[in-house]
Write a protein that binds this ligand. Sequence first.
Ligand code: PLP
Length: 395
Amino acid sequence: MTVAIKVRSAIERSSWIRRMFEEGAALIAEYGAENVYDFTLGNPSVEPPAAFHRELRRIVEQPDIGMHRYMNNAGYEETRAAVAKRIAGDSGSPVDASHIIMTCGAGGALNVTLKTILNPGEEVILLTPFFVEYKFYVDNHGGVSTEVWTDRETFQPDIDAIEVAITDNTRALIINSPNNPTGAVYSAETLEALGAMLERKQAELGQNIFVISDEPYARLAFDGNSVPPVFKYIRNSILVTSHSKDLALPGERIGYLAANPAMDEVSLFMAGAVFCNRVLGFVNAPALMQRLVAVLQEESVDIDEYQEKRDVLYSHLTGLGFTMAKPGGGFYFFPKSPIADDVEFVRQAQKYNILLVPGSGFGAPGYFRIAYCVDMDIIKRSLPAWEKLAKEMGL
Ligand code: PLP
């Protein structure tokens, strides 16, 4: 046998997603990319901010001796200090460079964190609908996922349902705000209630329950709002994130994890996480990108551009009768499928050259995801196709 049983089963279970992508690619080949409305991928449509290109040129034109060599596995001190300053400013927590590890994206930070804390068979709570990689990441480190639904209208965490799911084997909870796939931003009240419930459960069970707050969309918050800082509300928390979305650099694999200074045994956690960054084979985050993001902590892509896309699509689709929560950030909608079978709905949408991902791909049948990180031109040209689709669905 060439491939391990678990991997083979994962490939087989996701074969329908691959088939859909292949069908989408066939549509693009037949009609041309400009006539196919591809809302499947969370790949930023915008370019990195001008400051990124300016700093990249500066660094390349004035190379320092040793700038491409190995470094401390946690990353450059100056980069970690710059990241810490930004988080401390946002949260009011006394975060410094010792609480930061630069990682290969948010995906790297999640894997480092899970490997650091999980013993075999320990449970990690995921909030449905969820970014599907979480299940694989938990499994990578011998953990077991427990799925708990968020509120089915607002997609805010259901604190009572989470409490019910906690056992004496629960080690962590992954939260994600702004959320992929729903666009929900968790309110300060929700985080506060979650923090209070977890303090009570940790005391009752005599064990740590960590909140891993996955925040790659944190700076893409709309309507002048900002995402409430998790460190302020949840003591045993780890922030994992990247510059994949806020600086539009997903291909460059640059992110970080930050431990809440108030966490139990924070120095031990950091020592473990530095070790895990090394032995997972990441060794350290890309050196050139670390030097860049050290001076770009106050920069971000144009958020207004995403907000405008949200507004155009939201008013058009709700006007047609689609039901969805209005996203507070990120670049996804998660409407209800007009028919019970979300995979069939996505097939129907393909007839009008609209490419979507069924909610089943996020543990949530009966919904579908629209990734609106595409050119405004595509969004505007897709509007008549949405009208035809709504009519066919009887909306
Ligand atoms: N977490 C969520 C919720 C995401 O949507 C993504 C990427 O789309 C990631 C993590 C992974 O981010 P990165 O590319 O920085 O590893």
